[in-house]
Design a binder for this molecule. Structure first.
Ligand code: DAH
Length: 382
């Protein structure tokens, strides 16, 4: 008992008075808890009663110094006191939480009749925007959008495109290979270009075919103008009597619509791709203005130059035959172009890596409003 006095625990002389002492303590604490106005006040009360130096904690500690008889008499009362106060604290906390939630919900009420936020957060990435622009432009010329897997096999990515195993183009593509082969024993890889979509389309669809295939491609390459993942759009037309004139007209029409100017001048330069014969690299006239390349004008005019923009050609007879079509009946042209490159040229970005940094400031500057969908009638990049 002396110990208890020394620790400041209520001195209780006999069983009867003890009872009333605990009851008084419980009544006082319960009243304070019921009156607590906020969570902070409630927490302060919890510390006073049940904290390390709290009054009920002290009572619990005093049990150790009691005689077995005292402990038997008082132990259940002290534990009951702790349980009652713990329950009172929980009850009050639930009430305060509910009240706080009500206030928050009332403040957050949404009026569905108000107009949409005039300055929505978030924006459409320039790559998505440009892909939408390309889709719109080609849809207007009667092209559908085709897709293929990004995890490809080497037959679709190379062999069917007339790039045999020993072909130097395979090494040129810096391919990411998977360690395993597929069920047919074909090496699996991340597609290095969108050209395998040509193969998949010709094998799955009856000609005439007019498709574009925008998408991600992968090469083990990284610097200011190369990223390990980038975007291409492939074009493919298969029909009877298709010739290079159709190719040139299509590209010219596309580039005029894309750059939104009529003075687009193209130069087709003989080149080599295994999947086209003949092949042509397509250059476009441009002018350097304020450190930026502005597409347009004749590359041989004063102050103008030629810039290589895309690869193209007449689909190689072997590729058509590889897809089970008769090359004496069906001809076509194909082209491939870097989407990121097209975006940089049109919207004036200079570092390809920034496309994939996910920097919100860059997106705020170069991104596009989610509601401004490109249309030919409304303006492609309006
Ligand atoms: N697949 C080529 C590449 O990634 C680009 C290309 C060139 C695609 C000519 C074509 C084409 O369809 O005809 O470098």
């Amino acid at each position: 008992m002396e110990h208890a006095v020394a620790r400041g625990v209520p001195v209780i002389a006999a069983g009867q008075t003890m009872m009333s002492n605990y009851q008084a303590m419980q009544a006082r604490l319960a009243a304070d808890i019921a009156a607590a106005e906020d969570l902070d006040a409630l927490e302060a009360l919890r510390v006073i009663a049940l904290g390390k130096a709290g009054s009920i904690t002290a009572l619990l500690k005093s049990l150790g110094a009691m005689t077995p008889d005292e402990r038997q008499a008082q132990g259940p009362q002290i534990h009951a006191l702790r349980e009652t106060i713990t329950a009172a604290l929980a009850e009050r906390k639930a009430a305060l939480d509910a009240a706080a939630l009500d206030i928050k919900l009332a403040a957050e009420a949404i009026d569905m009749t108000l107009p949409a936020d005039a300055a929505p957060k978030g924006s459409v990435h320039s790559v998505s925007q440009v892909m939408d622009e390309l889709t719109e432009i080609f849809a207007d010329m009667g092209f559908a959008v085709a897709t293929g897997p990004e995890i490809e096999d080497d037959w679709h990515n190379f062999t069917a495109l007339n790039i045999p195993e020993t072909h130097p183009a395979r090494a040129m593509h810096d391919t990411f290979y998977f360690p395993d082969v597929d069920a047919e024993g074909r090496a699996m890889l991340l597609r290095t270009h969108t050209s395998p979509v040509q193969i998949r389309t010709m094998m799955n669809q009856e000609p005439p075919i007019r498709i574009i295939a925008p998408g991600r491609v992968y090469r083990s390459d990284s610097d200011a103008t190369h990223t390990p993942m980038f975007h291409q759009v492939e074009g493919l037309v298969i029909d009877r009597g298709i010739h290079m004139g159709h190719l040139k007209w299509t590209l010219e029409t596309f580039l005029k619509a894309y750059f939104e100017r009529d003075d687009i001048v193209l130069r087709l330069r003989p080149s080599y791709f295994p999947f086209t014969e003949p092949s042509a690299e397509v250059d476009v006239g441009y002018k350097q203005e304020k450190g930026r390349r502005i597409v347009g004008g004749h590359g041989d005019d004063d102050g103008h130059a030629w810039m290589e923009l895309l690869g193209s050609g007449m689909v190689n007879r072997r590729v058509i035959a590889n897809c089970g079509l008769d090359p004496d009946v069906w001809q076509g042209f194909a082209f491939g172009v870097g989407v990121d490159r097209l975006a940089m040229l049109k919207y004036g970005m200079d570092d390809l890596r920034a496309f994939f940094d996910g920097d919100l400031r860059w997106l705020a500057h170069y991104g596009f409003g989610a509601l401004s969908v490109p249309t030919l009638s409304g303006g492609i990049s309006a």
